[in-house]
Write a protein that binds this ligand. Structure first.
Ligand code: ADP
Length: 461
C-alpha cells in the first residue's frame, strides 16, 4: 500500500517538490556569484547538470547570460513584457525567489498527437506537460538589480515512470502470492500448535497436560515444556495437599483421641486425676498447638502479613537460649547437642524469626539424627560472614529429594519413627524467613552419613 501511495499517487507531487528545491538552490548559487567574471560558465554547468534553462536579465529584461538546456524552454520564448509581469507577480511581498507553473502547450515546436500515428508510439501530453519557472532577484556590485530566471520540466520522465509502474504491478501480484503462502506456512507451524496447546492447556487446572507433538519452533517448544512442567507441578501440589490433609487429620486425631480418653477417665474416675494423666492431656494439647502454630506461621509468612522487625541482637546467645528448651530432652532421652562457640557475635535481623529458623533446624536434626542421638551446631566466622550449621548423624536425604524438602507440605518418603508430628512445614517456614531476609542457605547431605543444614548472615559490631 505504501509503495503504491508513494510510487503512483504521490509520485508527481514529490517530483514537483524536488524540482522546486533544485531550482531554488540553483538560483541561490547564481545569485551568490552574480558579480563573478565567469558567471556564464557556472550557468552552463548548472544548466547541463540539472537540465534547467537559465536566463539572467537586467532591469529592462535584456539578456545578460543565457544557457539553454532543452528545446522549447519557456523563458527563452517570452518577451520582456511577460518576463516583467512574471517578476511583478511572483516577487511581490518582498520575496527573494518565486515560482510560476507554466503549461508547455503553446511553446512546443511541434504539435504532436499520438492518434495521428500507427504502432506503439509515445503518448501525447494532452496538455498536461508543464514546467516551472523560478525568478530571483539579485543585486550587482554596482547597485543595479538583475533577475535570474530558471526553467525546468516537471512532468516525470515518461519511460522511467512507466517501468516503475509496470514493475509495481508485478511486485504487487508477487507480494500477494508470497504473503498468502507465508500465512499458510505460519498458520501450520505456529498457529496450529498454539491452538492445540490452548485447548490442551484448559486441562491444566486439573494438573493434566498432554505435550503437543512436533511443536516446530523453539519458543513454542519451550512454552510446551513449561506447560508440561506446570502441569506436573500442579499435580504434585495437589498430591501433597491431599497427603497433608491425610497427615494432618491423622496428626490431629491421635492427640484428640488421647485427650478425650484421658479427660473421660479423669471425669469418671476421680482417683485417676493423677499428675501423670493430666500431663498426657497437657502434652497432647501442646502437640496440637505446635501443629496449628506451624500452619498459621507459614501462612502469615507467605502472605507477608508480619513485616520483618530487624534489630541488633546476640546470635550466639539466641542459639544458646533455644538449646535450653532441649535440656529436658537431653537429660531424659540421652540426646547430645553440641554447641561450642568461641565468641559471641551480633547480627541485624528479626530476632524472633531467626530464632524460629534455628529452632526448626535443630528440631529436624533431633528428629532425624541417627542412633548416636548426636546433633552438632557450629558457628563459623569468615571475615564478616557468620555461618550457622546444624548437623546430624542420621540417614541423610536422597539426592532426588533434596530439591523438594524446602517445599510446603513436603514430607520425606521414608517413614521415620520420631517424625510423627511432622507437617512438612518446618523447612518451608525456614525458607520463607531466610528468603525474606535475603540470606544464603542450603543443605549438604550424604545418605547414611547425615545432613548439615546451614545459613549465612552478616556480622555486625
Ligand atoms: P517435617 O515436619 O516433615 O520435618 P520439614 O519441612 O521440616 O517437615 O522437612 C521436610 C522433609 O525434609 C522431612 O520430611 C524430611 O524428609 C526431610 N528432612 C528435614 N530435615 C532433615 C534432616 N535433618 N535429616 C534428614 N531429613 C530431613
Amino acid at each position: 500500500m505504501i509503495l503504491w501511495l508513494f510510487q503512483i499517487v504521490f509520485l508527481d507531487e514529490f517530483y514537483r517538490m524536488q524540482k522546486r528545491d533544485m531550482l531554488r538552490s540553483s538560483s541561490e548559487s547564481i545569485v551568490h556569484n552574480i558579480d563573478n567574471q565567469n558567471l556564464q560558465a557556472l550557468a552552463y554547468r548548472i544548466s547541463e547538470r540539472n537540465n534547467v534553462c537559465i536566463l539572467i536579465a537586467d532591469e529592462n529584461m535584456r539578456p545578460l547570460v543565457e544557457a539553454e538546456a532543452w528545446n522549447g524552454c519557456i523563458i527563452h520564448h517570452l518577451g520582456p513584457r511577460t518576463l516583467s509581469q512574471i517578476v511583478k507577480k511572483t516577487l511581490a511581498e518582498e520575496k527573494k525567489t518565486g515560482f510560476v507553473d507554466f503549461p508547455l502547450g503553446g511553446f512546443r515546436n511541434h504539435n504532436y498527437d499520438a492518434r495521428q500515428f500507427r504502432g506503439p508510439v509515445p503518448p501525447g501530453d494532452e496538455g498536461n506537460a508543464s514546467s516551472v519557472v523560478s525568478v530571483s532577484i539579485a543585486q550587482k556590485a554596482n547597485g543595479k538589480n538583475v533577475y535570474v530566471f530558471l526553467n525546468c520540466l516537471v512532468t516525470p520522465v515518461g519511460s522511467t515512470v512507466d517501468t516503475i509502474r509496470n514493475q509495481l504491478y508485478f511486485i504487487s501480484v508477487l507480494l500477494v502470492l508470497i504473503s498468502f503462502l507465508l500465512s499458510i506456512v505460519l498458520s501450520r507451524h505456529i498457529t496450529r500448535p498454539l491452538e492445540v496447546m490452548t485447548a490442551a492447556a484448559s486441562a491444566l487446572s486439573r494438573g493434566e497436560y498432554e505435550p503437543v507433538a512436533n511443536a516446530s519452533y523453539l519458543e513454542i517448544e519451550q512454552l510446551n515444556r513449561q506447560l508440561s512442567q506446570a502441569a506436573k507441578d500442579l499435580h504434585r501440589v495437589e498430591e501433597m495437599q491431599q497427603e497433608l490433609i491425610a497427615n494432618i487429620s491423622h496428626d490431629l486425631r491421635t492427640p484428640l483421641t488421647l485427650i478425650e480418653g484421658y479427660a473421660e477417665v479423669v471425669r469418671d474416675l476421680p482417683d485417676e486425676g493423677t499428675p501423670e494423666n493430666m500431663q498426657v492431656i497437657i502434652d497432647e494439647t501442646k502437640r496440637l498447638s505446635t501443629l496449628v502454630n506451624a500452619i498459621l506461621e507459614l501462612n502469615t509468612a507467605r502472605n507477608g502479613m508480619n513485616e520483618l522487625e530487624c534489630r541488633h541482637f546476640d546470635l550466639t546467645a539466641c542459639v544458646d537460649e533455644i538449646l535450653k528448651r532441649y535440656q529436658k530432652l537431653t537429660e531424659q532421652e540421652g540426646y547430645k547437642i553440641f554447641f561450642e562457640p568461641d565468641q559471641h557475635v551480633n547480627v541485624f535481623a528479626d530476632e524472633m524469626k531467626v530464632q524460629q529458623v534455628v529452632y526448626n533446624l535443630i528440631n529436624n536434626a533431633i528428629t532425624y539424627t541417627g542412633v548416636d542421638k548426636t546433633v552438632m551446631i557450629r558457628q563459623l566466622i569468615q571475615g564478616n560472614i557468620i555461618r550457622i550449621e546444624v548437623a546430624d548423624s542420621g540417614e541423610g536425604i536422597a539426592p532426588e529429594e533434596l530439591e523438594h524438602i524446602w517445599d510446603r507440605y513436603y514430607r520425606g518418603k521414608k517413614p521415620h519413627k520420631r517424625a510423627a508430628v511432622g507437617s512438612g512445614l518446618g523447612l518451608s517456614i525456614v525458607k520463607g524467613i531466610l528468603d525474606r531476609h535475603g540470606l544464603a542457605y542450603g543443605v549438604e547431605s550424604k545418605e547414611g552419613e547425615g545432613s548439615t543444614f546451614w545459613f549465612e548472615i552478616a556480622k555486625v559490631e
